[in-house]
Design a protein around this ligand. Structure first.
Ligand code: PGA
Length: 272
């Protein structure tokens, strides 16, 4: 099993900071290839740094790799958002072909911060997933419920509605490229509180029942840190981690990669 272990920088890092992170990551992975054991790393810088990070990752990749910035690196590069139209009068927006041109292979869609502050809806996540797939990139669909929904015990219905709405009507071959990150809103960011393994069991049971073996992987995100990464990875159904703050330093990210690359396989639970 390959575990997807990645980070979004959110609205952080200048060009030179993002470049230094990517260069440091590439050399660390060359020096310590064991960190890649069963692990697919990915990083999602701000749009401004995509091309620079792509160039940095490619510069360090093996000779003979495809000549497309960002492609051919062991580290997959992602964008934090993209518009569903390919081009046009959409001031301030960036399209999937544009982020692909800058080297992105993944596109994050529907993070709770975008749903809360920028009007992302189930319908816009559906349009974005379709565009990302149409252009041959990988959608990383984020879903997750607010605290009140969890308190009412309605998490399963809420996250299934988000996932089903965004992935509606996709043929099996397209669905198989999708990554889903379950990120309960109450567990995200400095105001969040880390979820316990017990709280994550049911959501991953529900998501595994619906999507295990059909999508590329199910990830967990929300206050992941070196302290809890192993516990999260061993929850049945969890096939990767999507990390914010704890991986904004290269040292933090490398430590989480180390934990993932040495973690035992979770017990077979019949959930896939
Ligand atoms: P956090 O962010 O790890 O800083 O809580 C997670 C996320 O928003 O994906």
């Amino acid at each position: 099993m390959t575990r997807w272990i990645g980070t979004s920088f959110k609205m952080n890092k200048t060009l030179s900071e993002a470049r230094a992170y990517a260069a440091g990551l590439s050399s660390a992975l060359q020096e310590r290839p064991e960190l890649l054991h069963g692990v697919q790393p990915f990083i999602i810088p701000p749009h401004t740094a995509l091309a620079a990070v792509a160039a940095e990752l490619t510069a360090q990749s093996a000779p003979g790799e495809p000549d497309v910035p960002g492609r051919g690196s062991v580290v997959r590069l992602g964008a934090q958002n993209a518009h569903w139209e390919d081009d046009g009068a959409w001031t301030g927006e960036i399209s999937v072909p544009q982020v692909a041109d800058a080297g992105a292979e993944l596109v994050e869609i529907g993070h709770s911060e975008r749903r809360e502050h920028f009007g992302e809806t189930i319908e816009t996540t559906r349009l974005k997933v379709a565009s990302v797939l149409r252009h041959g990139l990988v959608p990383l669909l984020c879903i997750g419920e607010p605290a009140q929904v969890q308190e009412r015990g309605e998490t399963a219905a809420y996250i299934l509605e988000q996932a089903r709405g965004a992935l509606r009507g996709l043929p099996a071959d397209q669905l198989s490229r999708v990554l889903i990150a379950y990120e309960p809103i109450w567990a995200i960011g400095a105001q969040g509180r880390p979820a316990t393994a017990a709280e994550l069991r049911e959501p991953f049971e529900v998501l595994s029942r619906e999507y295990a073996g059909k999508v590329q992987a199910l990830l967990y995100g929300g206050s992941v840190s070196p302290e809890n990464a192993l516990e999260m990875l061993l929850i049945p159904g969890v096939q990767g981690l999507f990390v914010g703050r704890a991986a904004w330093t290269l040292q933090g990210y490398l430590e989480i990669l180390r934990i993932a690359s040495t973690a035992e396989k979770p017990h077979v639970s019949g959930l896939g």
